[in-house]
Design a protein around this ligand. Sequence first.
Ligand code: B1M
Length: 223
Amino acid sequence: MEIFDKIAHCVEFGKINLKSPYPPNMRGEVGADELVKEALDSGIDAGEVLDKGLIIGMNKIGVKFRANEVFVPQVLMSAKAMSVGMSHLRPYFISGAVERKGKFIIGTVKGDLHDIGKNLVGMMLEGNGYEVIDLGTDVEGDAFVAAVNENPGSLVGLSALLTTTMRNMEDIVKQLKDNNPEQKVFVGGAPVSQEFCDKVNADYFSPDPQGVIEISNKLMAAS
Ligand code: B1M
């Protein structure tokens, strides 16, 4: 098996590291932790490890989750394996930072606990020279407002993975705009679209971290 397939397999089946007893049939084998490190140590590009390994595994478990073939505990193990793998990528993504371009406040909206995509966007922004203020998950509008008031001039990004919680974006955008009509707000996450962005009066939508970076760079260059 190629290293990317091995990494994807570990994420799909929730094999975190060598010590992890889960899943039982992989006991005693290395996990996402060791394999990602091995791939990076052998000179493989961090972006490739992410796209061809970690994300492929997460997509596979996502398909099974939708079909009720696996349940929350298994998905949590996959998320843990993915997060451990991502922790090794972080230094590679942030090493590009030369000078801080600005501040970016990011969080997953109220009611929503999904943080892998949000963490990825944050990591990529950090790697592109932004100071990232990560408010975590299940973030209320008040917390976003408090953060922008503490960090004037920051951009704000809201992430949501559930069709139920994406609706909370509308209130949070309103709170942010009531606090400062000039506040620029990005929205993103798997169920979010440009149409939805327009509907909730957010300023920018991007389906991926790269789009957030490109728009942020334009905004910062213009300010
Ligand atoms: Co959840 N879950 N989950 N889950 N989960 C989904 C999202 C789901 C699509 C699975 C499914 O049914 N196929 C489904 C949502 C259905 C819907 O709303 N239409 C779902 C559900 C239903 C649930 C629960 C309700 C299940 C339950 O309890 N019955 C529950 C809700 C909990 C809650 O939040 N209140 C739940 C729980 C969980 C776990 C805790 C087990 C775990 C999360 C662990 C964690 O995040 N720490 C989990 C996971 C892992 C998933 C799936 C499998 C994977 C999500 C993920 O991390 N993807 C997911 C199915 C799937 O997506 N295939 C699913 C990888 C990540 C890199 O992608 O987050 O999309 P993503 O981020 C992308 C882009 O969207 C974008 O950039 C990233 C990189 O490309 N992006 C932005 C993200 N944020 C952005 C912000 C931006 C711009 C771009 O600007 C600011």
